[in-house]
Ligand binder design. Structure first.
Ligand code: ATP
Ligand code: MG
Length: 328
């Protein structure tokens, strides 16, 4: 029997600070808590790393005789404590290296290994939360030198990002036959590698082939769910909706998340849409998910679990498409 399709839940936004990471973490936690095999990829390489925000513990990875990480070794199954993780993170800050990086392993390293990323033993590299809730996380690096390398390279080569990223996804699926979901937290902005990642979801949805040199991700093995997170800030939702209008045909499954929505602002929001887009874009026609200001979401970065109150049940239905849809 073929392995079931893996769903890629992708969170992006026009503006920064609108809730992508919060909703990515919530989505990944909800999946992990219902027994799904989920990996959260912190693909925001601009520096706001989940490694620092989420109380994550780094994996203990085999090293060579110079103390450099071996990304191709078998998993040790062991993790550092939170204190050891912070110590390793801080000591990496002061190390000069080329080739294999020092501990701890970040998502940046996996990408920068080039096509060999597909061969990295992903199983050996993910991090977990201090209060382990079954979620696997590949966090980006918060260290200035890593950010500078990644951003220089990504700005020049967003297409190559996609190629390497796809090899990595392909490798993950091969190494983890039970993998069911990958949640991807993208950097702010709907250009560069955020746009490339949405192009990946578009190709999958429309059954279009990938260019040569790319792995052949097949629509029956991979499913995409793109979300653009926005707020009631006019500068934000106008850009998000312009992207939606321009890409509707290529991304028919794109959903807009209006985050931290305030009660009673629907009429104002509808009015703004008419003002900017004319009567051609009706509020009812937009696949809009309204997420209220939710206290449990603020607590996500402190506690390891999401407490299942009515708000969170509602959020699960909205993001994941049904109360029982993602039970094992
Ligand atoms: N629905 C919500 N209810 C309550 N707090 C929220 C909600 N959504 C986001 N927040 C809070 O808003 C802040 C910004 O959210 P977050 O860091 O997820 O944004 P982001 O889009 O990932 O930012 P960046 O672009 O910097 O990566 C956080 O403090 C988060 O706790
Ligand atoms: Mg973020």
């Amino acid at each position: 029997m073929n392995a079931p399709a893996v769903t890629l839940h992708v969170f992006c936004s026009a503006k920064g600070g609108v809730g992508k990471s919060t909703l990515s973490v919530a989505c990944a936690r909800l999946l992990a808590q219902s027994g799904r095999q989920c990996v959260l990829i912190d693909a925001d390489l601009t520096g706001t790393s989940l490694a620092d925000g989420l109380s994550l513990c780094a994996p203990i990875v085999e090293r060579d005789d110079q103390g450099r990480l071996d990304f191709f070794a078998r998993p040790t199954g062991k993790f550092m404590t939170r204190e050891e993780t912070i110590k390793a993170r801080n000591s990496r800050k002061f190390q000069e290296w080329s080739g294999r990086p020092p501990a701890p392993p970040f998502f940046n390293d996996l990408l920068l290994q080039g096509e060999r990323g597909a061969e990295c033993t992903v199983e050996a590299l993910w991090w977990k939360h201090e209060q382990d809730d079954g979620l696997r996380v590949l966090p980006s690096s918060p260290l200035t030198q890593d950010i500078a390398i990644a951003l220089g390279w990504l700005r020049e080569e967003p297409f190559e990002w996609l190629q390497r990223f796809m090899w990595l996804l392909q490798g993950m699926r091969e190494q983890l036959p039970a993998l069911s979901d990958v949640v991807i937290d993208l950097p702010p902005g709907l250009f560069g590698f955020a746009h490339e990642t949405l192009a990946l979801l578009s190709n999958l949805k429309l059954g279009k082939p990938f260019p040569s040199g790319f792995p052949d991700l097949r629509a029956e093995e991979w499913r995409g769910q793109p979300f653009i997170v926005t707020t009631e800030d006019r500068n934000d939702f106008i850009l998000a909706l312009e992207y939606y209008v321009a890409h509707k045909a290529k991304l028919p499954h794109l959903k807009i998340v209006l985050n931290r929505a305030t009660e009673g602002r629907s009429a104002w929001f509808s009015g703004e849409l008419v003002r900017h887009f004319g009567s051609g874009l009706r509020l009812e026609a937009i696949p809009l998910i309204r997420v209220d200001e939710l206290k449990p979401l603020r607590e996500l970065f402190v506690s390891g679990r999401l407490h299942m109150n009515e708000d969170i049940k509602q959020l699960r239905m909205q993001l994941l498409g049904g109360d029982d849809a993602h039970r094992p």
